[in-house]
Write a protein that binds this ligand. Structure first.
Ligand code: ADP
Ligand code: MG
Length: 243
């Protein structure tokens, strides 16, 4: 388990006049076991921030810590982060079981039977225990999303990063999966950073909400604080109470 600290994190893409500041001087403390939802319009830097925390992108300035360690100095194994993306990114030619065990085979020294045991447990947790021999193409969107989540939890990570994981699902399924992700996070107590542009997800899922615009923090607070006491016009317009 681990908290996450962002210290004056800035990320620029490109040089000189063409440079884009995707993340602009963001500082944030996330507690161990906290569920934090990141919202903001398209292009506000949400995905870039997730990729920086995951160590997939290097910030231009500032420091990112997982627990006491700088992300940039941790190898992938030590980072111990599981990501879930919008487009699932399942391997199409592998079975569900292979999709779920692949990461464990690559990043741990677990035996075959230990891996089997963990995959079965995670699959049952996600309600896909009967789909282990299927390939992703044979599954519905909701089932694929469960596999993606199952693949993330099977690694028993310190941190979940979820980048719009439900945006390809229909409204009904989104509601179900919302509840399920919250239940999962409650059960596992894993620190979770969750990106969405869905107002309902923003208002209902997290302990705290982080509102971004043009890469800058606009407000950090509970969903109710942001809703009833928006810190500026942008927040008010984006998620605030209509009063
Ligand atoms: P969001 O996830 O909130 O939609 P992103 O983090 O994807 O926002 O993007 C933030 C800004 O950074 C956007 O202006 C985007 O065009 C730019 N950006 C993101 N990734 C790259 C990249 N690899 N190269 C250049 N610009 C990028
Ligand atoms: Mg994005």
């Amino acid at each position: 388990m681990a908290g996450i600290t962002l210290d004056d994190v800035t990320k620029r893409f490109g040089e000189g006049g063409d440079a884009v500041t995707a993340v602009d001087d963001v500082s944030l403390d996330i507690q161990d076991g906290e569920f934090v939802v990141f919202v903001g319009p398209s292009g506000s830097g949400k995905s870039t921030l997730m990729r920086i925390v995951a160590g997939l992108e290097t910030q231009s300035e500032g420091d990112v810590y997982i627990g006491d360690a700088l992300v940039n100095q941790l190898g992938p194994r030590a980072r111990d982060i599981a990501m879930v993306f919008q487009n699932y990114a399942l391997y199409p030619n592998m079975t569900v079981e292979e999709n779920m065990s692949f990461g464990l085979k690559m990043s741990t020294d677990l035996s075959k039977s230990e891996i089997n045991e963990q995959v079965t447990e995670a699959a049952e947790m996600m309600g896909i225990g009967n789909l282990l021999d299927n390939t992703p193409g044979e599954l519905s969107g909701g089932q694929q999303q469960r596999v993606a989540l199952g693949r993330a939890i099977v690694r028993d990570p310190n941190v979940f990063l979820m980048d719009e994981p439900l945006s390809n699902l229909d409204a009904k399924l989104r509601t179900t999966m919302r509840t399920e992700i919250n239940r999962l996070q409650n059960d596992l107590g894993v620190t979770t950073l969750y990106v969405t542009h869905d107002q309902t997800e923003a208002m209902t899922m997290g302990d705290r909400l982080v509102v971004l615009n043009y890469g800058e923090l606009q407000q950090v607070g509970t969903p109710l604080e942001c809703f009833y006491r928006p810190s500026n016009r942008f927040v008010a317009g984006f998620i605030g109470s209509p009063s």
